[in-house]
Design a protein around this ligand. Structure first.
Ligand SMILES: CC(C)(COP(=O)(O)OP(=O)(O)OC[C@H]1O[C@@H](n2cnc3c(N)ncnc32)[C@H](O)[C@@H]1OP(=O)(O)O)[C@@H](O)C(=O)NCCC(=O)NCCS
Length: 206
C-alpha cells in the first residue's frame, strides 16, 4: 500500500536513504529529525508498506512556514516511481498544508535545467521571480526562484478541489503494466481532503 502521510520517527532512516539516492544527500538524519520536531515544518512522505510490516519511502516533500510564506524545501520521488503522478500529488499535499496553515504564498528554488520539476511547478501556478547565479554546485548552475501567490484568496480552495479531482482521476487509471502495478497500491484516501476553512494549524493531513 502507498500512503501519502506525515513522516514519523520510524521513517527517518528510510528518508535519509531516499535523500541520498535522489538528492545526493541534502539532509542528514539529524536534519530530518529537526524537521519532525519543528512546529513550522511539514515533512511528508509517500510510504510503501509491504508484508510483513516493512515500510519504505518512495517520495518526500517538506515545507517551512516562515511568516506568511511556505518555503518548499524538498520534493523528490524515487526514480522507479517517477512519472506516475506521485510528485504532483506531493506538491498538492504541500500546497494544501500551506493553505491549512493560512499561508499566503509559496516559494522554492530549482536548478535552471530541471525541466521535469519546472514543468510540474508551472502546472501548479508557480512563476519565475528571480535567479541566483551559480547557486548550486556539482555541477555549478543557477537557481531559478519561483513563487506561487494567492493561497489565501477564496478561489484557491476551488483550485485545490480541482487539483484533487484531477489527481484522483490520474492515480486511479494506469496507462501501462508498470504504472498499473504502482497505481493499484496507492491509497487515494491518503490525499488530503478539502474542508471549507483553513485550520491555521496542521497536526496531520485531513
Ligand atoms: C520533479 C519530480 C519530483 C517529479 O515527480 P514525478 O512523480 O515524476 O512527477 P509526476 O509524475 O507527478 O508528473 C507531474 C508533472 O511533472 C512534469 N514532469 C514529470 N516528469 C517529467 C519529465 N521527465 N519531463 C518533463 N516533465 C515532467 C510534467 O509536467 C508532469 O505532468 P504530466 O504527467 O501531466 O505531463 C521528480 O522527477 C524527482 O523527484 N526528481 C528528482 C528530484 C528533483 O529534481 N526535485 C525537485 C527539486 S526542486
Amino acid at each position: 500500500m502507498l500512503n501519502l502521510q506525515p513522516l514519523q520517527t520510524e521513517h527517518l532512516l528510510a528518508a535519509v536513504e531516499l535523500d541520498q539516492s535522489c538528492l545526493g544527500g541534502l539532509w542528514t538524519l539529524e536534519g530530518y529529525r529537526r524537521e519532525l520536531e519543528s512546529p513550522n515544518s511539514d515533512l511528508l512522505g509517500w510510504i510503501r508498506s509491504t508484508d510483513p510490516g516493512t515500510q519504505s519511502i518512495v517520495g518526500l516533500g517538506c515545507l517551512w512556514a516562515i511568516l506568511e510564506e511556505a518555503h518548499i524545501t524538498l520534493l523528490a520521488i524515487h526514480p522507479d516511481y517517477q512519472g506516475q503522478g506521485l510528485g504532483q500529488a506531493m506538491l498538492y499535499a504541500l500546497l494544501h498544508s500551506a493553505w491549512q496553515r493560512g499561508l499566503e504564498r509559496a516559494t522554492l528554488e530549482v536548478r535552471a535545467s530541471n525541466q521535469p520539476a519546472l514543468s510540474l511547478y508551472e502546472k501548479f501556478g508557480f512563476n519565475q521571480a528571480g535567479r541566483r547565479k551559480a547557486y548550486y554546485q556539482n555541477p555549478s548552475e543557477d537557481a531559478l526562484i519561483l513563487w506561487r501567490n494567492g493561497l489565501h484568496y477564496p478561489d484557491f480552495l476551488e483550485t485545490l478541489g480541482i487539483w484533487r479531482q484531477q489527481l484522483g482521476d490520474r492515480l486511479s487509471s494506469g496507462s501501462n503494466l508498470i504504472s498499473s502495478a504502482i497505481l493499484s497500491e496507492i491509497s487515494l484516501e491518503s490525499l488530503p481532503k478539502i474542508s471549507s476553512e483553513p485550520a491555521g494549524n496542521i497536526q496531520g493531513l485531513t
